[in-house]
Design a protein around this ligand. Sequence first.
Ligand code: GLU
Length: 303
Amino acid sequence: MQFQPLLEEIVATLQPELGAAGQVASYIPALARVPAPQFGIALRTRDGQEAHAGDSTTRFSLQSISKLFALTLGMREVGEALWDRIGREPSGNPFNSLVQLETEQGIPRNPFINAGALAVTDRLVSRFDAKAEMLSLLSTLCGDPVDFDEEVAASEASTGFRNAALANFMKSFGRIDNDVGTVLDVYFHHCAVRMSCLQLARAAGFLCRDGVHPYTGQQLLTGRQARRVNALMLTCGTYDAAGEFAFRVGLPCKSGVGGGIVAVVPDRLTLCVWSPALEPTGNSLLGMKALELFTAKTGLSVF
Ligand code: GLU
């Protein structure tokens, strides 16, 4: 399949809609001032073919997409025991909700809501320098040096009262081992990683290759673990819109409020789209439309 003309066609189709609808995330100034009329798309196939179009090399804030890579580190380092403190069900609640944690004894529903990512981060902090490890993982996965946007990390920290509440609440149930401030600092930095669509399409490549690192050939996750990450992306990866994504797009996806969405076509390719204006669900409005166009035109789907 020739992907480059297809991605260019998607960019051209969406061009008139750039910046016309949706809201850029506004809870911190560094995200609020990102210009809305931007759109990028990139993919990398299992055998290394790449295509990209639009603003595909502009770096943006990963935000919740970082939860995908934190989970990968957690599964690799902790193995099955990771699931002692984290569930695998869609939450049906906002990504930063405290409500379920009370009735479910501090065990978050899944690793892609904030409470779940904080629980994963805590396990990583017990093992290594989890900030450095995240940068090293992402840099080797995409082949470029990757860094944190320190301004975003600092604003996350100064406004992150709800994340602090979640972490303290879990700590009160004995579900967080490390110092809450340390866990939050790492979590905020993970959210503040900046990468482009092209870098992310490359970095997620192990998810369409049975867990095998796209460049080094190293087994990052087992094939079964990689399939499980994809299952969690499909059921829990797009806030409260996982049903809508399955219906309209039909691929495992992980989104972030920076406007990025990473999608996986198992055994075939990984894809990343980015456009900063969001739907009320927190997912990129044009990103979702682009994924829908892509799967409609290619017929690619997990169903
Ligand atoms: N840094 C954001 C938070 O923790 C992440 C939001 C997101 O992308 O879901 O609130």
